[in-house]
Design a protein around this ligand. Structure first.
Ligand code: NAD
Length: 370
């Protein structure tokens, strides 16, 4: 028998071009990928240095240049999704000066590479606001430097870094939105302001430091990463979000996506916490439920409390089979569903095995991990 060799489709390497006017220099990246996600671009501009990173699945295309001349910090980024085109329009610091070239490539520039193998770039964010979410969790609003535009794909996280006793500590955090109840018409995009929910663990390494930050304090924000693809949720009719504690964070932007998506007919959040006071954004979640009849929430607490008359327990097959009732499909209609899970690793593992037992296919389950 001749062995069957399957060709693995390779992501074609993008190419780029540039042009100038008297006042501007535009860089155009042709990603060669249709339906490019609008959030796939991260741009950092400072003085004569330009770094453009276009995330294409688990790979990314990097252009890192020392420009021919200085540019201003203000610039625009435009993504034409159907054509897979990204245009970064920079403003010349010296208008009317004609550039002979775009500049010199710096290390790694022009290459398509696995995102996980790239060195993280950290830029200096500044906390602009801080508010209390629960007794141990704060919401920080972080403004990125003026030269940074950070698109971050749905479901992806970034890295935050701060020095702790002289050692730089880095951890992954999934940005949320300023609130869950803003009346969105389109999914809000991230670009210069990022919001983080930080739960402070008294014996934690980084969280006690992050939890003390207030307006004016600096925090380093690294590049984004993640395995979630928007295509996984596009077209699904039932979206089940299974979150434990701060595992709510990746669900926040997904909820915003679901709320504005007509194809989703049922959105359910099964939210596991220890006690009533640990439930993040409970009031906002309840408000969203009241506003959108497709959305249902089930809170499950693991600690018995006098002040709680709802469900008590932990994740189990009995509980999920009761709560994740399938949405009825019309005659001849293909029902698509997606279950997303986020929480501590043992919780996530257990959730996946239960979903598997309940008949969810592999492609119908997404787990958020760092
Ligand atoms: P927590 O310790 O307060 O637990 C919340 C609930 O999770 C508990 O009430 C319980 O129902 C359940 N749970 C916890 N451990 C379990 C276990 N071993 N088996 C079964 N159920 C369990 O939650 P927290 O302190 O908010 O921590 C949330 C966890 O989620 C952290 O481990 C964090 O790293 C993780 N997280 C991961 C990501 C990601 O990977 N993208 C994002 C956010 C949070």
């Amino acid at each position: 028998l001749t062995p069957l060799i399957l060709a693995v489709p390779q992501t074609p390497t993008p190419r780029f071009d540039w042009f100038q006017t008297e006042f501007s220099v535009s860089l155009v990246v042709y990603s060669k990928q249709k339906d490019l996600e609008p959030e796939c671009v991260v741009v950092d501009v400072s003085d004569r240095e330009l770094r453009v990173c276009v995330v294409l699945g688990d790979q990314s295309y990097l252009l890192h240049l020392e420009l021919e001349d200085k540019v201003l910090e203000e610039y625009t980024v435009q993504v034409t999704s159907p054509l897979g085109k990204v245009e970064v329009c920079l403003k010349k610091a010296q208008p009317r000066m004609s550039w002979k070239s775009l500049g010199q490539h710096l290390g790694g520039s022009g290459l398509l590479d696995k995102t996980s193998s790239r060195e993280l770039l950290f830029r200096r964010g500044v906390v602009t606001a801080r508010s209390t979410v629960t007794h141990d969790t704060v919401l920080l609003c972080v403004r990125l430097p003026p030269g940074t535009h950070m698109g971050l794909a749905l479901g992806h996280h970034v890295y935050l870094q701060a020095p702790v006793q002289g050692v730089d500590i880095t951890r992954a955090y999934t940005p949320v939105l300023p609130s869950l109840t803003a009346p969105w018409e389109v999914v809000p995009r991230l670009s210069t302001l990022l919001h983080f929910m930080i739960k402070v663990y008294p014996n934690g390494t980084l969280t006690p430091v992050l939890g003390c930050l207030g307006p004016g304090d600096a925090v380093l924000v690294g590049d984004g990463a993640g395995t979630f693809r928007r295509a996984q949720v596009a077209g699904v009719s039932q979206l089940s979000l299974i979150a434990a504690g701060t595992g709510l964070t990746p669900m926040v932007r997904l909820l915003a996506y679901a709320v504005v998506s007509d194809h989703i007919r049922k959105i359910e959040l099964v939210f596991f916490n220890k006690s009533p006071e640990d439930i993040l954004w409970k009031q906002q979640i309840d408000e969203l439920c009241d506003r959108d009849s497709r959305f249902q929430v089930h809170y499950v607490l693991s600690e018995v409390s006098d002040r709680w008359h709802g469900r008590i327990g932990r994740i189990s097959r009995t509980l999920l089979s009761e709560l994740l009732a399938p949405v009825s499909s019309g005659v001849g209609e293909r029902r698509r569903r997606l279950a997303c899970v986020c929480g501590a690793a043992p919780f996530t593992e257990l959730a996946v095995s239960i979903l598997d037992e309940l008949g969810f296919e592999d492609q119908e389950i997404h787990t958020f991990t760092e």
